[in-house]
Design a protein around this ligand. Sequence first.
Ligand SMILES: Cc1cc2nc3c(=O)[nH]c(=O)nc-3n(C[C@H](O)[C@H](O)[C@H](O)COP(=O)(O)O)c2cc1C
Length: 338
Amino acid sequence: MLLPEMPEVNMSDRPLQDLLQPLPLIGGGTVSRIMPGPMEGIMHPLFCKAVSELALFDFWITPFLRISTDVPRDSRLKHFIRPFAETGLPVIVQLMGNNPELIAAAAARFRKLGAAGINLNFACPSKQVLSSGAGGSLLRKPELMRQIIEQTANACPDFSLSVKLRTGYEDPAEMESIFEQAVSGIKLDFIAMHFRTVKEMYRKTDQGLERIARAVKLAGNVPLIANGDVFSAEDAITMFRSTGSAGIMVARGLLKDPFLGRRIRQACGDPVTSATTGDGRAIFFNKLLEIARRDPAKYWSRPQFMELANYMWGSSHPYFDIFKQLSDKDFIAYEITE
Ligand SMILES: Cc1cc2nc3c(=O)[nH]c(=O)nc-3n(C[C@H](O)[C@H](O)[C@H](O)COP(=O)(O)O)c2cc1C
């Protein structure tokens, strides 16, 4: 398909305030253009509570829920959405699967249960997911992607619907056909695009910005949310200005700096958001411990704390050694002092 000629815009002049404008959702409501990337295995109840108590984000996109052979019972769906809903923030539920009827039915049920919207995962590169024909493997079947999106939209009219993509399965040149065959002409709130291909997993690429800029053009009127390797406010501004994206999604960066979303807002001139001058990881970890002390039965789990510490500092950091040697009793009572 030939793309219409786009006038060249000098995007380095793009006002950063644009990133602070709320993004309207189909059916009403808005979300922030600085989005938390879904993270399966990380966004457990403790993590969600700490994020909301520190006001780090104002809505959720959940990690994926696999819909494979049946739509789970309401009790399971409620259990899935609860940690996010309990924060009082709007919750966009991410669904993953390759059966259009089942996905559409699950979406309609989540709508009834109070979700703010549905996001469809066509990005996950995990071997297990790919071998089941879901997540990123669907990028090779854009017609099926389209059916899943359209049936979900039909089952949930006037309801927020978005997708999460990578730039291709094997090659970013696939983007053109994916956009044309899977999403063109469909009303979506946004397309969140991780700039790697599925095959690239998390390998380095220096083509990220260029790929996102192409995706922005291909998305046309649908807001394209840029995702990949944003670890600082400067990275976010570079991504926003050099690609023309409608917003930024950050995932692993949050684990290296939980205040990253607030830092980006502040760098864009948000008068109401303050970031923190202290070590954001220490503040966040202390908040996790404080929550666990308040309600150990619900929130204390040593493996979860160790896993988060590993993501946040890495296993060679001195904190990690300290945590390993603490008894459970001393760990939960611990406070990181800088
Ligand atoms: C531990 C972990 C779990 C993830 N789980 C999901 C998920 O459930 N759904 C999803 O769409 N992306 C998931 N992702 C991908 C991220 O949302 C994001 O697209 C990717 O990490 C690239 O962004 P980043 O460079 O900001 O981390 C996950 C990433 C990580 C590191």
